[in-house]
Design a protein around this ligand. Structure first.
Ligand SMILES: [Zn+2]
Length: 456
């Protein structure tokens, strides 16, 4: 192995902040002097990184909630990010953008057809923004299991990124990429981030004035081994979590010649260095919970206090999801349709690439009566909100009585309201009953009281 390459990958993401009923972001007082956190983080992070031209030199993924909002709020910054990716693609035949499952769902916890939906919707969203197919996909919270990797492979994704604690095997090839053999016989390339180096930026960002010292201490010795060094962290680390992060990022991007590395992106590097060594993936792991995904299932020591609400809320959502699916499936079966393919393809309408009439015509459904048409479209919309219920942020924090769980319950209410309009079946009583068991330790509110307040 000769020469050292370094890649900085940024995961740029914001949780949903808009009111699920109005689509408007309420004023967030703690984001002052900005109207909300999206605006503030744009000023601190996205805009300066875009204006400095750094998006061209890093590898990145941008979550759907952020991309959609940024496109409407600051077309200039959004345009620069998209142009950076397209320029990289034009220059190298492979872009520096990486796709993301569309609703930031913890995929190992989703059933297979929902994994497929999240991945297909993520790929379609990427193509819509960047004009070409993605080669890589970022997994929300790096949460991984074999079925998730199988789905990625069958959808044409060639690589993903994991953290070094999520893999087993010889890491002599640095960040890789490594080949992971899947039970079906397919394989997936995995880049392994350097956790300590990535955390050295996330938690102890240096002063940009001393970037040479920092690189000497942190990067030079890693580079002497050759191969690829991969820093992968939240993009907001640069500028938002740490004000001086923009300067540090610039320093890392500029200083390769003096410190013995060439900058690269993941797609380019994999083209020049296809995976040779193999690794095993430790399933049901994530980069932000050391307890086998418990953070998003039943709660764990990653968050303080009584986290039993997590299991109760998840159970309520799962029961509702199952009922919503039955209602949707019953309707689509009447027309002899491939139920889940229809939902996957509906992303074309959600992205505005096609109107509803054209979509139905393409599916051979132009003949539907106006009642049938309306029912089917309402049930497809219900499936969108049912997907949104599972945004990982719902379960990430310590308490039930917060914006994120409320967002999940509100999305559930929209899904069950659409199902009620379409079919006359009211699923709210069962859902509300399940929610009673989810209790906020801090405020004493239950999922049912949050539900009642939202219904009002
Ligand atoms: Zn944990």
């Amino acid at each position: 192995m000769s020469g050292c390459h370094l890649c900085v990958h940024g995961h740029f993401y914001q949780p949903p902040r808009a009111d699920p009923f109005t689509g408007i972001i309420p004023r967030e007082l703690d984001a002052a002097p900005y109207a909300n956190w999206n605006e503030r983080i744009t000023a601190e992070c996205y805009a300066p990184i875009a204006e400095a031209g750094y998006f061209e030199h890093i590898s990145f993924n941008m979550g759907g909630t952020l991309a959609r909002w940024l496109e409407g709020y600051d077309a200039r910054v959004y345009g620069r990010i998209v142009e950076s990716e397209r320029a990289c693609y034009a220059a190298h035949g492979v872009g520096n953008g990486v796709a993301q499952p569309v609703h930031h769902t913890i995929l190992p916890l989703a059933r297979r057809r929902d994994k497929i939906c999240q991945v297909r919707w993520g790929i379609a969203s990427f193509e819509h923004r960047f004009g070409h197919a993605p080669e890589g996909m970022w997994l929300p919270e790096m949460a991984v299991d074999m079925e998730t990797l199988e789905v990625l492979a069958s959808e044409g994704i060639r690589f993903t990124i994991l953290s070094d604690e999520q893999v087993r095997g010889n890491l002599d090839a640095g960040a890789g990429p490594y080949r992971v053999r899947l039970p079906s016989g397919a394989d997936m390339a995995v880049f392994v981030r350097d956790r300590h180096l990535s955390n050295a930026l996330s938690f102890t960002m240096p002063d940009p004035a001393f970037i040479d010292d920092w690189l000497r201490g942190q990067v030079d010795w890693r580079c002497r081994r050759g191969g690829l060094v991969l820093i992968a962290t939240d993009g907001e680390t640069f500028g938002h979590h740490h004000r001086q992060g923009i300067g540090v990022l610039g320093g890392i991007l500029r200083s390769g010649a003096a410190h013995g590395y060439a900058l690269t992106t993941l797609g380019r590097y994999m083209r020049e260095h296809p995976p040779e060594m193999e690794l095993e993936v430790v399933g049901d792991t994530a980069w932000s919970c050391a307890h086998r995904l418990s953070r998003w299932v039943v709660g764990c020591g990653c968050t303080s206090g009584d986290s039993r609400w997590k299991g109760a809320l998840r159970r309520a959502l799962d029961n509702l999801a199952s009922n919503l699916d039955d209602a949707y499936e019953d309707e689509t079966k009447k027309f002899g349709l491939d139920t889940w393919r229809l939902r996957d393809d509906y992303i074309a309408v959600l992205l505005g690439r096609m109107d509803q009439d054209a979509f139905l015509a393409e599916k051979g459904l132009a003949h539907l009566s106006s009642n049938e048409r309306q029912r089917l479209l309402q049930l497809l919309e219900a499936q969108l909100f049912r997907q949104r219920m599972y945004t990982s942020c719902t379960f990430f924090f310590e308490d039930l009585d917060r914006y994120e769980p409320r967002y999940a319950i509100a999305s559930a209410i929209r899904a069950l309201a659409l199902t009620l309009y379409a079919t006359g079946v009211d699923l709210s009583a069962g859902f509300r009953r399940d929610l009673r068991v989810a209790v906020s330790e801090r405020s004493g509110q239950t999922g049912a009281s949050l539900f009642d307040a939202l219904i009002k």
